[in-house]
Design a binder for this molecule. Sequence first.
Ligand SMILES: [Mg+2]
Length: 272
Amino acid sequence: MTTDPKLPVLALDFDGVICCSAGEVLLTGLEAYVDMVPSSRFVETLSRFHGTSALDAALIEQDEFSRAFQPLVPLGNRAEDFGVALCALERGAKLIDQQAYDEFYRSLDSDWLSAFHEAFYRCRATSRDQDQASWLRLHRAYEPFVDILHRNCSKMTLAIATAKDECSVRLLLDFFGISDLFTDELILDKDTAIEKQVHLSLIAERTGADMHRITFVDDKVNHLEGVQHLGVRLVLASWGYNTSREVARAEELGFAVATLDTAEPTLFGGTG
Ligand SMILES: [Mg+2]
């Protein structure tokens, strides 16, 4: 796939937009957490997930523990936020909105958060490198969205702006059969920058597109809010980990909200 400077750009977050990694994130988060808090009652939860048939994305996603964990995910940004969510669950903290979450986050030791961040990526790399096939099976593509990208990839230049590492992203794009839709220079990962606004500025620079010709799709309202000042078109992907809380917030802020049924006309309707 080459980059045509005449085309508008569709910049996509990865997790929660292209890929459902809920099972992998929970498993990796638990591994990192138990590593750091060996006395945690989640040791038992982790053993259950590691047990025989449970290492399957769908089974983990449907687990009761996962259903308690998932609503906290949209309130965070980076790997350490999975540690924040697990801490909240262990302590029985009720984090009903962004303000409550942010206050809880600030109550935690910053060194502990940094150590969790490191532990999370260490655990992920270990799982991925030891048994890549099993690690890949912890993920699934949002198939209808992948089909939309295949059908429309000639209409826009596609880019990825993600907090994940590029190695994992490339493996998963291969696994989902869409690696050829993205050039290496337009996959911007956690090591390229922490903030999505830097990702989008680099995407504008590398494609030659003005900001107003870039559409950015993310499943986190706080990420969309963070780049609002750039003048890119913002779309919330509501098929990811979002709850009605995030959809209401996006609508309040005037962002477009797409479902898997409306994503094609919302993203590509006026570009043909
Ligand atoms: Mg995401």
